[in-house]
Each structure stands twice: as C-alpha cells, then as structure tokens.
Design a protein around this ligand. Sequence first.
Ligand code: SF4
Length: 592
Amino acid sequence: MLPRVRKPARYIGGEKNLIAKAHEGAEQVKFLLAFPDAYEIGQPNLGLAILYELLNERDDCLAERTYAPWPDLEEQMRSQEIPLFSVDTHMPAAAFDVLAFTLPSELLCTNVLNMIDLAGLPVRSSDRLGSHPLVIAGGHGAFNPEPLSEFIDAFAVGDGEEVAVEIADVIRRHRADESRESILRDLASVPGVYVPACPPSGLVEKRVVASLADYPYPKKPLVPVTEVVHDRLSVEIFRGCQRSCRFCQAGMVTRPTRERPAEQIKEMVRGGLASTGFEDVSLLSLSSADYSGIAPLLADMVRDYSSDKVSLSLPSLRVDAFTVGLAADIQEVKRTGLTFAPEAGTWRLRQVINKTVTDADLFSAVEGAFSQGWRRIKLYFMIGLPTETDDDVVSIAKLGRAAVEIGRKYHKGASVTLSVGAFVPKAHTPFQWAAMDRPEEIFRKVELLKGAAGDRSVNLRWQDPRTSVVEGIISRGDARIGNVIEAVWRKGGVFQEWSEYFDAELWLEAMADEGLSADDYCFTERSRDDPLPWAHIYVGVYSDWLWNDWQSAIAEAITEDCRWSDCYDCGVCMEFGVENVIGSGRPRVRSA
Ligand code: SF4
C-alpha cells in the first residue's frame, strides 16, 4: 500500500529507540497506544512517550503505537481489508489486549471512532464481546468523558503513570475470563477509572502522581523517521499550574504543581541527547519560566551545551516571567521562535480572565526579546471572552502596533504576529458556566481587529470560529453528543482538527437531526443550578470555589498564584495530600 499514499513514513516505524518486544507469554498485557491524529502530530506526544517506555520496561507488559491513518491510507486499508495496525511491529489491533487512546482535543473524537472501526471492533462499547480488546481513553478529553461514553469502555482520569500499571494488573487477573462485564466491573474499582457501563456510586477522582522525580520518563525517546511537529527532545520540568487563568482547563485539572528536581532534569537532558542525537531541547510545562529554579537551570544548560549547538526552548512562556536575562540565556544557545500569550487586549479584561500580565510586563518582555536579537515574535490572544467590549478587541491591535514600535528600535524589519482564537469554555474551569460568542460575532470582531491593525508589520492570524463552536459543543457536551459524533463520523467527517477536512455543516446537520441546538451547549450562560455533565469527575477543585471564582471574574477581581501567596483553599492539595511541590522536587505530604 505504501507507494500509493502520500507520506508512507508515517506508517513504517523503525525509529531509533523503538522497542519491539515479542508477542508472547500468557502473562504479558499488550497495549496498543493510539493517538487519534496523524503520526507527525502524535509522535512527539509526551504522555504517550511516557507510557510507551514505562509499560515496555515491565516484563509483564508490552506497548506499541498507532496513529490515525490519513484518508489516503484508510482508503487502501478498507479496500484491502487491512485492519488498524501498530507502527512498531505492524501487528493488527486485534492482537492487543487494550486499544488505549490519548484524547488531546475535542475535534479529534471522530477519529477515535474511525480507529475503533478500522481496528475491526464495533464502535459502541455495548456491542463488543469479551474477545475484543478493551478500549480505554485518557488525556484531557477524559475530564469530560460523556460525549464519548458510548464508545469507550473505560476512561483513565488524571496522571497515567500509576493507573496504567493498575489497569494492566486487572486485565492480567481476568486472562481466562471471557466475560466483559466482570473485567469492566473490576476496572471500575480502580481509583481514577470511570467505566460508563458501571456508573460509580460516588465521584471518580483523578489520579495524581505525587512526585515527578519517581518517573524520569522518557529516558530514551523515539526519534521520528520523518518530519514531525516537535522534532526535539522534550523534558517535562513540572506538571500542574496554579496561576489560575480562569479559561485554562489544563491549569485547573493538573494542579497542584509538582516540579522535577533540577539535577534530574539535567540528567534527562544529558541522557536524552546522548540516546537520540537531537539538537533541540524543550523544557516543557504549562508555563516553563515559572519553574522555581529556572535561572540557575538555564545557566547550567547554557554552560553545558552552547558549544554543541544545542538549541533550547521554553514553550508556554509567561510574559511576566520573561526577563532580559532569560532572553539572553535562551539566545546564547540558539534563537528559536518566541510566543507570548497575554490572551486579552486590556488590563481590565486580563483581570477578568486572571491573566495578571500588565501592559508594562508585556512591553518589557517584548523589549527583552527584540533587544536580544529576535526579529519576529508572536502574541496570542483570545476574543469572545466573558465581559469583552469592542475596546478590549481593538486594544489587541494597539498592543501589536506598540510591540512593533519597540522592535523597530532594534531592527528595521521587526514584525509581530497577532494570533487570535475564539474563547471556548471548558469543563472544570471557573468559565465552565460562561457563554461563548456566536461565529458571526467573532467574525465582526476580527474585522474590527483588521481595521485597527493597520501596519503591514502587524500580521493578523485567526482561526475559523466555527471550529470553536464544535469544540464548545463537545467540551461541555453530555452523552447525547455521542450520537452527533457518530453521525458526523458515519458521513465521513474525520480529521476535523484539520482545516482541509473540517466541515461545520456536517456537525450542524447532525445536531439538528438529534434535536439538539448549539445555543444550549455554547451560547447560553449556565446557572449555578444547571447540572454539569462532568460533575461525576472530580479533579479536586471544589465546585463552590470554581463558582466563586467565576463571580470574582465578573467583578474583575484577581486570584493570586497560590505558590507564592496564601492558599485560598481551592481544595486540591487537601484532596490529594500533595501540596505544591516546588524547589526540592519532593512532595510535602499533608497529614490527614
Ligand atoms: S489547595 Fe491551596 S495551595 Fe493547593 S492548589 Fe488550592 S489554593 Fe493552591
């Protein structure tokens, strides 16, 4: 098939550091780790890379990978009746015990159904038999599992390192057992696992790994054989974030913060570079400059690697944490792209969303970047945020123009890209009750911005707001949205994250056929009493706290970062017995 598809390297495997274990041994539990997007997007996924190594290190487990086949390969597979296969050894999905999906984004949910179908399984969980592999899903999509609850046998909520092994233990115990019901029942008793067919009597609490120091993965990352989105060594320097940006689901569901000890980071960088030959290192987290020891860490890395032409990047840089010193350190190694995300155009609106970055912070970060040699920077904003006015929108362009002015002090051709996305309310955030703007309103605001941006050195990029509506429907969807997802998939709607395949009409038609309206899911503000479809998933943050923080947002009141201020009792540290872990890398465990 390969000569007849566009990018055959997506399917051949053979990467450096690939682990191909023999499929034998009755004790072995076999995972097919599935990423519902193309190889070049999924291959660098850190969660999947961690599980791949961690499971393969165990004698009693085996893990391989599969990615969503591009439509050209899918056509070949279907016409030749070739099932979904692993890229590692090209074994069919049916040879595995578990098809384990990572759910990175809402728009990829139809690809999940497509891959289940290509694997030769009934798409609905209730139609599957004991002989079929289990279909399990984790990742961000598992925090509101209901839209996929008809198709996934079990969701693993929260950090995956420990629960993956516990799931393997359950499967091993049921080796000789043909009954799907008994294994699902047993899985439902594993903390952090939600089995839709066995509704829990209480809440399903997310899993939290107390100490990242116990999980120094990946140790030997796979080196892709073709171009991928992040072709570099990624080392997670901390997990969680307590900045409390009110729109940010990742920040809310991954708290509390757990830092990796600096020595371990350096060791992982050393080992990772040696085992891969990568020339770029990315120090990953939700807000990397917030790592408590970032300055000495960078200084050490600059000392160790500047002569080797190894480049260093800190994705997700906070504007207010970016200093000239930091800029100098990064560029000392090799200059890479810089993106700042002030998110909103005015200080007023930044208080509403709790992104406490002042214009002065932004300008000093921009100055730091341009003065240290960067010629192009990107600023990311959202439009359609709660309480937003036209002045907030136009101010985005004003900030862009001011940033260009700063840049021109250092380089004649300095340019700034304003990247604008529509706000989508997410489950488990203070904005989970908020309404989002209709696409017409977003288009109007984009026109406003275009008019205000003026100068050609301010480039404006925006996303089709109709993709945000679909994201909004699914992100706060209930089980009824499952029929919509299935209908869109049956009509050929796959790769909806990709603009060339996204089809808004398919979604709107499917919603109408189900008697559902995007008004209810997206454009109407929810009240305190409205039931939330994800209420049975507990991320440790009290619902009352989220509601009060939503009220604070409307009152333009700030919630401080609790790493450096007093605890405001959101609940999560008490719930999981892990306080913010900064500095030492070791958790301070609270006594009950
Ligand atoms: S419980 Fe307190 S310290 Fe822990 S994350 Fe919540 S506010 Fe911060």
